[in-house]
Write a protein that binds this ligand. Sequence first.
Ligand SMILES: C[S@@+](CC[C@H](N)C(=O)[O-])C[C@H]1O[C@@H](n2cnc3c(N)ncnc32)[C@H](O)[C@@H]1O
Length: 235
Amino acid sequence: MKNLEQIKGSRVYGRRQGKSLRKASGERFDKYFPELSINLNEEGSLAVDTLFDHNPEQVWLEIGFGKGEHLAAQAQNNPNVAIIGCEPFINGVSGLIDHIDRQQLNNIRVYMDDARLFMDALPNEFLSRAFILFPDPWPKKRHHKRRIVSAGNLKVLSRIMKDNAELRIATDHHDYCRWIIARLMENPEFTWVCDGPDQWHKRSDDWPATRYESKALKVGRKSTYMTFIRKARLK
Ligand SMILES: C[S@@+](CC[C@H](N)C(=O)[O-])C[C@H]1O[C@@H](n2cnc3c(N)ncnc32)[C@H](O)[C@@H]1O
């Protein structure tokens, strides 16, 4: 666990707030956010047994869910799974809340801050699936250290993921794609499930689209969809 000073010093790169929320979205935010939101305590730790009212079959995590369309679709399609989303951008969280209200979803919780803080607070072998979809590519070399797919963050993910859990990553950025594959190949705890280009150029049926992906397609940028498995631990 990181100490409090490190946690306070942690930085999220990118926006936390864009346009002010529209009146109806603001009202929905005020209504739903208190019961959806997860808070870490002063030391940056988490009472995991208080996360859900029931005992979910599986817990999944989406890092940087944007406006939440993928997370909401997964929650709707998998009612026995509990899904936690991390997103520091308030307009994104508000977008997710709009979906939750419209689709009447009750299996979602939100951490409205840096996913790295949240992952640090999770116990070992907790997650059955994790998603990092269209993470910010930070194309300039001097900004590569901001990339969320990094050796350090993968180490944390491999700790909190269960044996054979899936890590799904997508990007439309060629350089980041190569970087992602390289970082995952360097980590002996993950293996890439890959039968060839047909697989990595096409989303599977249980992989809903995201807003960012649709925007990329409109301007002719194709995406790569990668599934990695957290290898079983030697017991
Ligand atoms: C390019 S957007 C993609 C959003 C969404 N996944 C999609 O495909 O439409 C990247 C998202 O990651 C979020 N993000 C950036 N750094 C993050 C962090 N440290 N923890 C959680 N989310 C983060 C941003 O706020 C942004 O919403």
